[in-house]
Write a protein that binds this ligand. Sequence first.
Ligand code: HEM
Ligand code: HEM
Length: 173
Amino acid sequence: MIKDSKVRYGSVSKTFHWLMTVLIGWQLLKFGDRIAEGEHWVGQTLVPWHVSIGSLLLVLIVLRLAWVVSQRRHRPAQNPATARLVKAGHGLLFAGMLLMPITGMLVMLGGGYGVTAFGMEIFAEGEEVPWAASLGSLHSPLAWALTVLIIGHIAMALFHHFVQRDDTLKRVL
Ligand code: HEM
Ligand code: HEM
């Protein structure tokens, strides 16, 4: 089933969810630059893809949001007692997924570095842009906030699966 239904997520939603989980996990390895200034295996192999993977994530989140809107009437039902909380939590995850690549772009444009993804120049190098640099300074605090949200999200998924023993995790697998 490609589309979502009231009882489970369809293959498109699941593919977005797990592909982006892997790519966002990859992006968070950028925190590793704080250890020995990135002079370690992870810093030398996976982290240099940060701008490319981040640019790909910007495309993916736009497509994912369009898909979510198209499916909004037939997505898995939530427990009415916590539905608002779940909606708010997922909404914040979506906001984080959109704001991370946007502020990342602003860091690069603000510094006048331009943006090159997978060898393709998206924005050329140029002058520094102070307003973009100051909005870009939100990139790091947002990365911390998104990390906390993701930890909470995973904890809730495990709570549903192992404590409440319902099918919340199964319907996205
Ligand atoms: C979902 C997408 C992204 C995530 C989760 C993410 C995550 C992160 C994290 C965790 C850091 C380290 C922050 C710290 O140590 O305080 C970082 C830094 C950085 N990111 Fe991203 N990033 C994303 C997208 C992008 C994109 C698209 C670009 C550029 C086009 C970018 C450019 C940078 C730069 C230049 C830094 C170092 C400067 C700074 O910390 O402000 N990021 N990012
Ligand atoms: C090991 C990692 C993860 C696990 C176990 C997990 C688990 C789940 C589960 C069980 C659901 C279904 C919730 C429901 O229907 O009530 C879900 C949905 C969702 N998850 Fe995750 N998740 C993970 C990583 C992530 C990450 C990294 C993000 C984004 C930063 C994310 C964002 C979302 C969103 C926005 C939804 C709502 C459904 C959708 O539109 O895709 N998840 N997740």
